[in-house]
Design a protein around this ligand. Structure first.
Ligand code: PLP
Length: 430
């Protein structure tokens, strides 16, 4: 491993496999020892909330030294009408999107924008020149927004899909530091990931790392921190729709830190209720068979066909952080958690109800989570006095479109397959 110049001092990074301290290793995602995630250990084990108007209010528990300017943060509020409809007394909504009346300013309208500022900042601090992000939508938009609204020198290579170009737009002109590589029709998200990984063979290019990246997870962990601070305690239940599983792991890790602090959480960790969209629900299938590994032939049968049918296509990850040590399986076990599978019809119905009662549009993945909460209530899985947190992972798109202009990110090159000869791409991406 490369030892970088200066190790940070308000946190350490530990490998959960061999317990090695990898803090000084730079922008590295895993060590050779094991199939394990890294985890940040912060010097301050009491939660500090500076009341700054951005996610950086929790910078003592974010793995960067400096703070990239952003207005974005997670917003928690108490639901009245949707809660009454469900018969819950203490339902809190974590709203992650655009809703100015609630002080919610994630302008790409999803919680991926809680991951991009700390990740970009951490990449810069570790002397990364070009960050590679494979995404069919929200992740690409979040990273592009962060790079386009700050004066960072970091270059960004986005690997996207021709079939998803309609989603690649920003509320501001895209930065010249962004290069968009597009895979032509017939390719899917896994092909974009495969090409993204191959690109890192080129000098100066580094893959952002997804769930393996502590900056992404701790950025998303601010959802739980914000909720604890607003409610005055950690919730008993946490509901979220999962694709890669990053957000679920992050909620668990944030809860572990809160437990260590002791002021917001004394008893049991918040129970994770994680949901997927049928007919593609690999983690639901593996978990319900009590398996630590996803078996493609049973848990992802007809993957390509199933993915095409999804209402919430952002949940179509075929390689989630499920079995890895410190991943979703461990998070569910440790929190006595549960997986849900939600049909398109249930999700659409939940979206209508939520929008009617709460007065804001939500994205399909958030509707999947809302539908899972309705399932849990129907199955009497929740006491009506329990404190429940529903993570609305994206919303306010309609509102944003009324308020802001829309700039497309234009492809710099189109590629037929991820097996392309890299020399064809070298000049475009460097
Ligand atoms: C990515 C995403 C999810 C799933 O989150 P993971 O961390 O990948 O499991 C849920 N909702 C929205 C809106 C997303 O963009």
């Amino acid at each position: 491993m490369n030892i970088n110049n200066s190790a940070p001092n308000h946190y350490k990074i530990i490998c959960l496999g061999c317990r090695a301290d990898v803090s000084a290793a730079g922008y590295v995602l895993r060590c050779d020892c094991d199939n394990a995630l890294f985890r940040t250990v912060y010097q301050d084990d009491r939660l500090v909330n500076t009341a700054e108007e951005s996610m950086w209010r929790f910078s003592a528990w974010l793995p960067t030294v400096d703070k990239l300017p952003t207005r974005g943060r997670s917003v928690t509020y108490k639901s009245e009408t949707f809660a009454r409809e469900l018969g819950l007394k203490d339902l809190f909504i974590s709203f992650n999107g655009y809703w100015p009346e609630k002080n919610a300013f994630l302008e790409t309208c999803s919680f991926k924008e809680l991951e991009s500022p700390p990740t970009v900042q951490r990449a810069v601090e570790n002397k990364v020149k070009t960050l590679v992000v494979s995404s069919v939508g929200n992740t690409a938009r979040a990273f592009a927004h962060t790079v386009s609204t700050t004066s960072t020198d970091l270059k960004l290579v986005l690997v996207g899909l021709e079939s998803a170009m309609g989603k690649l737009w920003l509320p501001e002109p895209p930065s010249e530091n962004i290069t968009l590589v597009v895979l032509q029709r017939g390719n899917d998200y896994s092909d974009a990931i495969a090409l993204g990984n191959r690109l890192t063979a080129l000098p100066g290019l580094t893959t952002e790392g997804g769930a393996m990246n502590v900056a992404r997870r701790d950025g998303m962990g601010t959802v739980m921190l914000e909720a604890a601070v607003t409610i005055g305690r950690a919730p008993d239940h946490y509901f979220q729709a999962v694709g890669s599983g990053t957000g679920g792991i992050a909620a668990w890790e944030a809860a572990l830190r809160l437990k260590h602090d002791g002021r917001f959480l004394e008893g049991q960790l918040p129970k994770l209720h994680l949901s997927q969209n049928l007919p593609f629900a690999p983690m639901f299938s593996a978990w319900n068979s009590n398996r630590r590994t996803i078996d493609p032939s049973t848990d992802m049968r007809d993957a390509k066909k199933s993915i095409k049918k999804l209402y919430a296509d952002v949940l179509s990850n075929r390689n989630p952080a499920y079995s890895v040590k410190g991943g979703v399986f461990d998070a569910l076990k440790n929190t006595r958690g549960q997986m849900y599978a939600v049909s398109n019809t249930e999700a659409r119905r939940a979206a209508c109800l939520f929008e009617d009662f709460e007065g804001i549009d939500i994205v399909p993945a958030a509707a999947v989570a809302a539908a899972s909460l309705m399932q849990a209530v129907a199955n009497e899985g929740i006491d009506d006095s329990d404190v429940v947190l529903l993570n609305v992972t994206g919303g306010g798109l309609q509102k944003l479109k009324e308020d802001k202009p829309c700039y497309e990110i234009k492809p710099d090159i189109r590629i037929a397959s991820p097996d392309v000869d890299l020399t064809e791409l070298r000049d475009v991406v460097s």
